[in-house]
Design a protein around this ligand. Structure first.
Ligand SMILES: Cc1cc2nc3c(=O)[nH]c(=O)nc-3n(C[C@H](O)[C@H](O)[C@H](O)COP(=O)(O)OP(=O)(O)OC[C@H]3O[C@@H](n4cnc5c(N)ncnc54)[C@H](O)[C@@H]3O)c2cc1C
Length: 544
């Protein structure tokens, strides 16, 4: 009998996986696609839409699934019962599976209060209105912001550059544009050549740039930065911060992402895979999503009996930057400390030259739309294409723009985490049942427990997680901590200044922060105790 593969999702990773499975496993698998939204949106051109330079394409998911040899079922995955291999859904009851691939994408959430958050197609009209206001000389100073936590910054560079081109065409040279980013260099992820080309373009178009700047709020005409400072502007356009959608029964990070191995297997669960924006890989990009989907599909196909050696995920970053003018192409290889080997070229660096590059998806969509390659080939005015080979390990260092707990820069002897933390946290194992943990938490009168595997902190479970699990009718002596914990929790060390810990807890919305020494849990910091001990000064750094 064919292996029943259920793919939760109807986006880039889901379609690429369905296509790869059909090509690699043929009739050894039956593939079902489950998604709440009946359409597939091809989003990259959302940035061009407000300027009249392109259009977001939309396809019927049922038709795409059919052409990819899969069945489409409307509905959302709400929970995973990995023990029984059942996927309870919002629509059709529970779907039994042999292999589950979770490709549910990420949810954009506002990152800079008071700004126009540009999420994609849903915000092209608001962006168009802003352009009209600028053109009517009602707005004279606009900031484009990459907030911390954003891991795909390209669209804001595109919006800034295209706004500048739009203004130049209309002779509106008094409007001031500034791009604010926590990166050390603009588009840092794309290497030296990428950064230099973008810096040059920004300068050419008169867009000022503020690097190493972390904007958090736009209020009263001021864009506020942390740890300190502000910029006076009249409007702010910011990228959203991405969060994984909550799906019960899966280990998710505090941001909702699923920890996976190099073949896309979700840590600790058998026959559950994940690919795309919902995974904990720090880069949320369509091309990366397709590469993860291919790696997962290869292992699933091999397990189903296909004659192939599954290759692990090897991230190569390809980006096409829309600028509104002359095309330019860039390539950057980043290979774990081997130096910067970025180059610039006038030719496309991959084929078909799509903005979302996928081995199976790009030609499939091209054929479906009746064109040789997807609609935004770099003949689009002013495209810059970028290709980066990422070393998976170092990608975590360079990709994520996050707030990090840094030692006190001024070396002042202020209060530290050690002054406010509790030193006897409850530590449980990932294979413990929820019933066992609930009992221990009650016995110690605690609201949370740290989860350690061979002594190393891998998660955290709170009374809220237990409530969530029991509300889903799981059996206390069957459900395991691993399925309901927050995976890879943000943690701190005892020597961290208390103000830094409070800032990070506030920004991430955390009530408790594990304290570790050499990855081993040594304590727990509660927000109330931390806030009490904190001084007024902040001391945080930016991590790349
Ligand atoms: C404005 C903009 C421009 C971009 N430009 C580029 C670009 O130029 N190049 C590039 O490579 N990438 C680009 N991206 C990023 C790219 O779109 C994403 O990285 C990519 O779509 C991620 O693929 P995914 O399959 O993980 O998620 P998605 O494509 O978002 O698909 C998620 C799917 O899961 C479904 N879903 C959600 N919840 C559930 C659930 N509970 N159960 C079942 N299904 C569920 C959704 O309905 C959807 O079908 C851009 C994104 C934006 C917003």
């Amino acid at each position: 009998m064919a292996t029943r593969v259920l793919i939760a999702g109807g986006g880039v990773a889901a379609l690429e996986a369905a296509l790869a499975l059909r090509a690699l496993a043929e009739d050894r698998v039956s593939v079902q696609l489950l998604a709440p939204e009946p359409h597939f949106w091809y989003r990259p051109l959302a940035v061009a839409e407000p300027f009249g330079l392109g259009e977001v394409r939309q396809f019927e998911l049922a038709e795409l699934a059919g052409a990819a040899g899969a069945i489409f079922s409307p509905g959302a995955l709400v929970r995973v019962d990995a023990g029984r291999r059942l996927a309870p859904t919002s629509a059709a009851g529970s779907i039994p599976y042999d292999v589950l691939l979770v490709a549910c994408g990420a949810v954009p959430t506002p990152a800079v209060a008071g700004a126009l958050t540009f999420r994609g197609p849903a915000d092209t009209e608001r962006m168009r209105q802003l352009l009209e206001e600028i053109a009517a000389a009602r707005v004279g100073r606009v900031a484009f912001v990459v907030p911390w936590g954003v891991v795909w910054s390209l669209p804001i560079y595109e919006l800034a550059l295209m706004t500048a081109a739009y203004l130049a065409e209309r002779g509106l040279d008094s409007v001031e544009l500034v791009l604010v980013t926590p990166e050390e260099e603009p588009l840092q992820l794309f290497g030296r050549a990428g950064s230099e080309a973008v810096r040059e373009l920004l300068e050419e178009r008169g867009v000022a740039i503020r690097t190493n700047s972390c904007a958090v709020e736009f209020v009263g005409g001021e864009l506020l930065l942390v740890p300190e400072g502000s910029i006076a502007v009249e409007r702010v356009v910011a990228l959203p911060r991405l969060r994984g959608p909550r799906i019960d029964g899966l280990p998710q990070t505090v941001e909702g992402f699923l920890p996976v191995d190099a073949h896309g297997q979700v840590h600790g669960l058998s026959d559950v895979f994940a690919a795309g924006d919902i995974t904990n890989f720090p880069l949320k990009q369509g091309g990366i999503a397709t590469q993860q989907a291919d790696a997962a599909a290869e292992l699933i196909a091999a397990n189903a009996g296909a004659d192939l050696t599954p290759q692990p995920f090897r991230p190569v970053l390809r980006g096409l930057l829309l600028t509104g003018r002359q095309p330019r192409y860039l390539r950057h290889e980043l290979t774990g400390g081997a130096g910067d080997t970025s180059v610039a070229s006038a030719e496309p660096l991959w084929w078909p030259p799509a903005k979302i590059v996928g081995r199976y998806l790009a030609p499939f969509l091209g054929a479906f739309a009746g064109v040789e390659s997807p609609p935004e080939a770099p003949s689009a005015p002013g495209a810059v294409s970028v290709e980066v080979e990422l070393d998976a390990a170092s990608a975590h260092d360079v990709a994520a723009l996050r707030l990090e707990l840094a030692p006190d820069a001024e070396g002042e002897a202020g209060a530290t985490v050690a002054d406010a933390m509790s030193t006897d946290p409850l530590v449980v194992a990932p294979e413990d049942t929820l019933g066992e943990v609930a009992e221990q938490m009650r016995a110690h009168d605690l609201g949370s427990a740290l989860v350690a595997d061979y002594g190393r902190l891998i998660g955290m479970i709170t009374s809220r997680d237990l409530l969530r699990a029991f509300a889903s009718r799981v059996h206390p002596s069957e459900a395991r901590v691993r399925e309901w914990m927050t995976a890879e929790p943000i943690s701190t060390s005892a020597a961290t200044p208390i103000e830094a810990a409070v800032t990070v807890m506030t920004q991430y919305g955390l009530h408790q922060l594990p304290v570790v020494e050499d990855e081993r849990p040594t304590g727990l910091l509660g927000l109330r105790q931390a806030a009490r001990a904190a001084r007024a000064r902040t001391g945080i750094g930016l991590g790349f």
